[in-house]
Design a protein around this ligand. Structure first.
Ligand code: GDP
Length: 450
């Protein structure tokens, strides 16, 4: 990637806006920005400078940023001018004829990355912010942009680099008897700790590709409390199977619910399975992912529920970063409901799917909470396919390293090789190691001006 020329692009959103911004980056950016202004302002970095556009009697502002204290790490200039598209095009033409080059998609962020201002995950966060279609995606993109994954990678790559250095030092001195830089059991513990951290990250994260484009509302409750009935009654369809036999909902059923202008996705979480079969594990995994991705969780109960079942439900959703609402179904039945929601601070509502009692109020409650912004849970990160692949690779290399250690550390060179592979994989997540092809793919997905 060429970075020595000066690039320019309109970086305010497309369409007529009050103010338009043209951004330049590169060694000539200040001079080029000055060239379209009269009187030519004397540059004082980080200060707003008032001027007029050359030949057109319109006011303009200029802010200059000095390398390396700028977004791209180069000298940067921002021209603030009235936002008419034709005017922005005209000024761009002047800049290009004065020697600037039209920036390609993502080129500002790519320069920031190449100058160490951003790591790859933060750059991905910028791209993801631009293309986000829901508050869920926006939140996840913000967490990338703010460097949460970058920090995680840095911490564990540093650990791994330390371990590797100790192993390699041991190899270099292997001729000298009695020189050992780290005891085997200590080595094992440290490798396990990194590998455990990767496992925790993976199990606590949701997959970017699976992020819902609309809020997800998950119904959770014992079999037979009436989840499918509620799903049907709320949406006015017969899609979910309603059955008096417990455990009939085998898969996560989902359908869309709309009010005047908004939509939510209603999801019936797959039932809990106690058996340790492959199928049960798959279903429990799907259920966990469904809960982690939820914006709202409806804890559905009926008259057979007790404070104990309530506590079990609450336990299950403890990690989910979602609004939780207790829905007491079957309130048409006599005998009342035993679980007392009053002892919890969660909002609750009495309904009956069968008679339609309170269903409009429940709908309203659902939309109300689905469109409130829930704070991002600390531990939960969103990983894209690239991150997941590299984490898996690192995990594999580490488990090979652990296997080698189990043969009492006979092969320190092999051990070092696997540790280095794992370190490379972690490094690739933040772009410490990356091929042009991968960089091209990531920055190519940006839009021009970013
Ligand atoms: P799920 O297993 O939680 O999906 O429960 P279902 O929706 O399959 O319902 C289980 C049984 O409870 C069915 O026989 C329903 O007809 C019944 N049911 C559901 N909602 C109500 C309700 O509000 N009142 C009454 N009396 N029965 C209901």
């Amino acid at each position: 990637m060429h970075t020595e020329d000066t690039i320019a692009a309109i970086s305010s959103p497309a369409g007529a806006a009050g103010r338009g911004i043209i951004r330049l980056s590169g060694p000539m950016s200040w001079t080029m920005a000055q060239s379209v202004l009269r009187p030519i302002p004397v540059v004082r970095p980080y200060r707003w400078l008032d001027a007029w556009l050359v030949e057109i009697a319109l006011p303009a502002g200029l802010i200059c940023f000095q390398a390396p204290r700028s977004f791209t790490g180069q000298d940067v200039a921002e021209l603030h001018i009235p936002g008419a598209p034709a005017l922005l095009e005209l000024i761009m033409e002047k800049l290009l004829s004065n020697g600037a080059r039209q920036a390609e998609a993502g080129e500002f962020s790519a320069r920031a990355f190449l100058n160490g201002k951003l790591d790859l995950t933060e750059a991905e966060g910028i791209a993801a912010t631009i293309s986000a279609r829901s508050s869920h995606q926006l939140r996840a993109a913000a967490s990338l942009r703010h460097g949460r994954l970058h920090q995680w990678v840095k911490q564990h790559a540093d650990d791994l680099a330390d371990i590797l250095a100790l192993v390699e030092a041991g190899i270099d001195f292997s001729d000298e008897p009695g020189v050992s830089f780290i005891a085997l059991d200590q080595l094992q513990r440290r490798i396990e700790s990194v590998s455990g951290a990767i496992q925790t990250l993976e199990s606590r994260s949701v997959s970017w590709e699976a992020l819902p484009a609309m809020p997800a509302v998950v119904l959770l409750g014992r079999p037979n409390v009436g989840k499918s009935s509620l799903l049907n009654a709320l949406s006015g369809t017969d899609r979910a199977i309603v059955s008096p036999v417990a455990g009939t909902t085998r898969d996560a059923l989902s359908l869309e619910l709309t009010d005047a202008s908004r939509s939510v996705r209603l999801v019936d979480a797959a039932g809990v399975e106690d058996q340790n079969t492959a199928m049960a594990n798959l279903m429990n995994d799907a259920r966990r992912q469904t809960l982690l991705r939820a914006d709202v969780i409806l804890l559905v109960m009926d008259h057979a529920d007790t404070p104990v079942t309530m506590r079990t439900l609450l336990d299950e959703v403890r990690d989910a970063n979602a609004w939780k609402i207790i829905v007491r179904n079957k309130s048409d039945l006599s005998g009342g409901l035993r679980a007392a929601p009053a002892e919890h601070s969660l909002p609750w509502i009495n309904v009956a799917a069968k008679t339609g009692l309170n269903l409009p109020a429940l709908r309203e409650l659902i939309f109300d909470y689905a469109y409130r912004q829930a704070p991002m849970a600390e531990e939960c990160l969103t990983l894209n396919g690239r991150h997941q692949h590299l984490l898996r690779q690192a995990q594999l290399a580490l488990s090979r390293a652990e296997d080698i250690l189990k043969t009492s550390g006979q092969f320190p060179e092999l051990l070092a090789a696997d540790l280095r592979l794992a370190l490379d994989d972690l490094g690739s997540i933040s772009g410490a190691i990356s091929s042009d092809e991968i960089l091209g793919r990531i920055f190519g997905s940006f839009c021009i001006g970013k």
